[in-house]
Design a protein around this ligand. Structure first.
Ligand code: ADP
Length: 283
């Protein structure tokens, strides 16, 4: 939402000035509504698990239930949810206020994707999900070249954590997840271009009605809630912020009951392998 500046009304006719002020007022009202909605969402999301914790602890104190493991676990899970929420909210607010320090480093994509595969393969196997990783040859097929991006490795890990964990959560046993990573040159033969990443699953899918909202703070589909799939609804909002802070873009396509594909692009380049090896030795 763009707020009017003084320059928006300077040198304009009275009618134009009135219109500019009206637009500024409308924008302010919209911002205020968003702010109120956000406070309502936060109170609701934090309040719901806390009410449950209060109920269990009261019942324990009153001797209505005994301190059995199942009740303690219920309490523990709710506290965990609240902690996640607070951590995610804090992250999101610092990203949006540009207060978060990003530590951009040169990242070798081949090595990074290998680490992603190592990290999530065991979890996929435990969940009965097949994980396939495709490293596209598009432009990066040359044996002498490798793709690098300038990015914050911790944030990049977080992007994959959110997207892959979602794919796992929303895909049952017997399903599969495909991770594609490739270099897309700006034009044929160019060494500058984009790192294109696609994470497709054969899971629950997202309805047409919901798809426009998945990147909004606190959005969780009715199916996710009904099936008791854990989440804060903040993961994708955070992911989008991180991608945008790296000069990139993120999108999604989905078909209910067939699966979902999240994809993102961030600026990348191809460099000579020996050049990279040298810079690593030299530090
Ligand atoms: P969370 O996963 O914590 O609920 P997210 O912001 O990561 O929050 O996701 C928001 C919502 O988007 C999810 O609740 C779900 O409805 C939908 N969603 C995200 N990823 C997928 C996926 N891979 N398949 C189906 N739905 C998804």
């Amino acid at each position: 939402i763009k707020l009017s500046r003084i320059s928006d009304i300077q040198g304009k006719t009275l009618k134009e000035q009135e219109e500019a002020i009206q637009t500024a007022n409308d924008n302010l009202k919209r911002l205020e509504k968003l702010r109120q909605q956000l406070i309502a969402d936060i109170s609701h999301e934090l309040g719901t698990p806390m009410v449950a914790v209060q109920g269990y602890v009261k019942a324990l104190l009153d001797g209505v239930i005994q301190p059995e493991e199942k009740y303690l676990r219920l309490i523990y899970d709710r506290v965990l949810t609240v902690n996640h929420l607070i951590k995610d909210l804090f992250l999101l607010s610092t990203y949006q206020a540009n207060r978060n320090h990003f530590d951009h480093q040169q990242i070798d994509i081949d090595a990074f994707i290998l680490s992603v595969e190592d990290k999530y393969a065991p979890e996929c196997e435990r969940s009965g999900i097949e994980l396939e990783v495709f490293k596209g040859v598009d432009g990066s097929g040359s044996a002498q070249e490798e793709m690098i991006v300038w990015a914050d490795p911790v944030r990049l890990d977080q992007v994959f954590e959110n997207l892959v964990q979602n794919a796992i959560k929303f895909t049952g046993a017997g399903g599969s997840i495909q991770l594609t990573s490739e270099f897309q040159p700006k034009y044929e033969g160019a060494r500058l271009g984009h790192w294109f990443v696609k994470i497709s699953d054969t899971g629950l899918g997202i309805s047409e009605e919901d798809i426009a909202h998945v990147f909004e703070r606190f959005f969780r589909s009715k199916e996710a809630k009904a099936r008791g799939i854990q989440g804060t609804g903040l993961g994708l909002a955070i992911t989008k912020e991180i991608i945008q802070k790296h000069g990139g873009e993120i999108g999604v396509t989905s078909a209910p009951d067939e699966g979902t594909t999240f994809f993102f692009l961030i600026p990348a380049e191809l460099i000579d392998k020996c050049e990279n090896a040298q810079s690593k030795i030299l530090g």
